[in-house]
Design a binder for this molecule. Structure first.
Ligand SMILES: Nc1ncnc2c1ncn2[C@@H]1O[C@H](COP(=O)(O)OP(=O)(O)OP(=O)(O)O)[C@@H](O)[C@H]1O
Ligand SMILES: [Mg+2]
Length: 251
């Protein structure tokens, strides 16, 4: 099970009312917020990969970011995932301003709140499917005693229980990406960030991964999916377009 949110409006005592109000407030909270973010890479001339980007992603959003090659999509994802820092502006994750954080704090925040899915899967080739998922729990808040159960549940959820001991090189592309999705969600992140998650998959496997994203979204996960593929972007509830480092809301 990915996330167990308490049901809203249940119970009748004053404590319950307070809890419900708290939960509702939590629901509308901004999971990610970029405020006038710029990212310029030094060089002659410098590359302005992102310019004055404002973006708010709320809990439960499913956002796609579409744009041509070189438009700044991966740069954006790296900033959202705390893998890179803006050169101007602010980035708040779960309400926490990230600008002044140390690398150690950024790593801790990343490990506990963000799940990544990449185009080329990024699985460790010499570790089994189960180990790849288990390893993602090491730097998370998942208690040691629950790690194995959680990893098995995550793999079950993506339909990979029959391949636990397989090494990534012998899995099909679609299977690898499903293991990567299990790894991304095993520590119940606040948000799943995906960069061209179907870029290396055929249409049947792409559809499988997109169905999985739909399911995770229905269960309350917040998703940001970066793609240049319209088939992928139409699945999101909200579309954002990026061109030359500038973001524009489409729907
Ligand atoms: N480390 C870097 N140093 C210098 N320039 C960079 C660096 N990373 C990205 N860029 C430049 O920034 C721009 C945006 O790159 P980015 O990787 O974000 O594009 P993208 O939209 O993800 O493209 P693609 O669809 O091809 O993956 C490009 O012009 C790229 O050349
Ligand atoms: Mg890219």
């Amino acid at each position: 099970m990915l996330r167990q949110d308490p049901p809203q409006g249940v119970g009748s005592g004053p404590g319950d009312v307070a809890r419900t109000a708290e939960h509702l407030a939590d629901d509308v909270r901004e999971v990610l917020a970029l405020r006038s973010v710029g990212r310029t890479f030094p060089g002659t001339p410098p590359v302005e990969a992102l310019r004055d980007v404002d973006l708010v992603v709320r809990r439960g959003d499913y956002v796609s970011v579409v744009g041509p090659s070189g438009s700044g999509k991966s740069t954006l994802l790296h900033i959202l995932g705390l893998l890179d820092r803006p050169t101007s502006g602010d980035y708040l994750l779960d309400g926490t301003p990230t600008r002044e954080l140390s690398e150690a704090d950024r790593s801790a925040l990343r490990g506990g709140r963000i799940g990544f899915v990449f185009q080329s899967f990024h699985l460790l080739p010499h570790r089994s499917a189960l180990d790849n998922v288990l390893l993602a729990t090491l730097y998370s808040a998942v208690p040691r005693a629950e790690r194995r159960t959680r990893a098995l549940e995550a793999l079950d959820r993506v339909g990979m229980s029959h391949r636990l001991d397989f090494l990534p090189p012998v899995l099909s592309g679609g299977e690898r990406q499903r293991v990567a999705v299990a790894r991304a969600v095993v520590a119940t992140p606040r948000v799943l960030l995906a960069d061209e998650p179907t870029g290396n998959l055929d249409s049947a496997n792409s559809a499988g991964v997109l169905d999985l994203f739909d399911e995770l979204h229905r269960d309350g996960l917040t998703l940001v999916v970066i793609t240049h593929d319209d088939e992928v972007s139409v699945r999101a509830r909200r579309r954002v377009r990026i061109a030359d480092g500038t973001l524009r809301e489409v729907s």
